[in-house]
Design a binder for this molecule. Structure first.
Ligand code: NDP
Length: 280
């Protein structure tokens, strides 16, 4: 019996397979398009059922949850540990855990915080949640392609951590796009702004800790250094600058609108943390 089965050899699955093979593991692999499996140097199963039968640990990395259901439909999962690295929503992960449990498998969901080239490097990590026993049993194998971060027994929590971090990343991407748009028509090289931008964002990322502390205590005035009122007073300057530079403020205005609502509620002496509550 091989120590691992890997189902799904897209860009990510291929990177996972390569990391395991480089570390001396011999995963049994299966992919819908067989050609992608054939030159890896790993044993290729003919069917998903054969692949699952080959190992106790079954790792799945397909495009989406519907694909997982389609590929494993009717396959005997009894006694298996199913690790699903397919990106999904928390509700999909919980439903898939119940589905696996009903078929006699222990279930771990994973949210990959890396792109394929990062797999096998120290920058890669994966959030896991679900069966603690399965995680403890297989952590040494799972840790080969990427550092492991177990975030609890709720199978939806890996996906939730994954999407929460990626959502924050998109907010950052939006800010970066706006910043570059502001300088685009000027004789300022994007490459000269980039290091300033990266340093500033790194410094400001630490504000997540203050926001977290305020959310936990419910005291949104604690530790505030730049009040909401002061920040709201500055919004017209941001909007006028965008207009002067002929830049659409569309990426910023949703956040500014929520700040205005808080200020209108008389919360100007607080931090901007109340935005979290307005979103719910
Ligand atoms: P790819 O598009 O490269 O590969 C998709 C894989 O899913 C292929 O193996 C494909 O098979 C298979 N597949 C899709 N639909 C079906 C189906 N109905 N039945 C059987 N097999 C199916 O995607 P990635 O490998 O990049 O991504 C895989 C997962 O990893 C996704 O959930 C993605 O969100 C996640 N992920 C990817 C990252 C990345 O940067 N690439 C980063 C973090 C997470 P076939 O080869 O036959 O088409």
């Amino acid at each position: 019996m091989s120590d691992t089965t890997l189902i799904g050899l897209g860009a990510m699955g291929t990177a996972l397979a390569a990391a395991w093979l480089a570390a001396g593991h011999r995963p049994t692999v299966w992919n819908r398009t067989r050609a992608r499996a054939e030159n890896l140097g790993a044993p290729v199963a003919d069917t998903p059922a054969d692949a699952v039968a080959a190992s106790r640990l079954v790792v799945v990395c397909l495009l989406d949850d519907a694909g997982v259901g389609a590929v494993l439909d009717g396959v005997d999962l009894a006694g298996k540990d199913l690790v699903n690295l397919t990106t999904c929503t928390p509700a999909e992960a919980r439903a898939r855990a119940a589905w696996a449990g009903a078929r006699g498998a222990r279930y771990l969901d994973g949210g990959i915080m890396a792109d394929p080239p990062m797999i096998g490097t120290p920058d890669a990590s994966v959030f896991y949640s679900g069966s603690a026993e399965a995680f403890t049993t297989w952590e040494h194998v799972l840790a080969v392609p990427a550092a492991t971060r177990y975030v609890g027994e709720d199978p939806g929590h890996a996906a939730l951590h994954d999407i929460a971090l990626l959502s924050a990343m998109y907010g950052m991407f939006a800010g970066i796009a706006h910043a570059f748009a502001l300088i685009r028509a000027e004789p300022i090289a994007p490459t000269s702004l980039a290091p300033l931008l990266a340093d500033w964002l790194s410094t400001m990322a630490g504000s997540a800790h203050l926001t977290a502390a305020q959310l936990e205590t419910g005291d949104y005035r604690a530790g505030v250094s730049s009040t909401l009122a002061m920040q709201v007073a500055g919004i017209p300057t941001f909007l006028r600058t965008a207009r002067e530079q002929a830049v659409r403020p569309d990426l910023l205005t949703p956040y500014f609108t929520l700040m205005h609502r808080l200020a209108a509620d008389g919360r100007g002496d607080e931090d901007t943390t109340g935005v979290v509550d307005l979103l719910r």
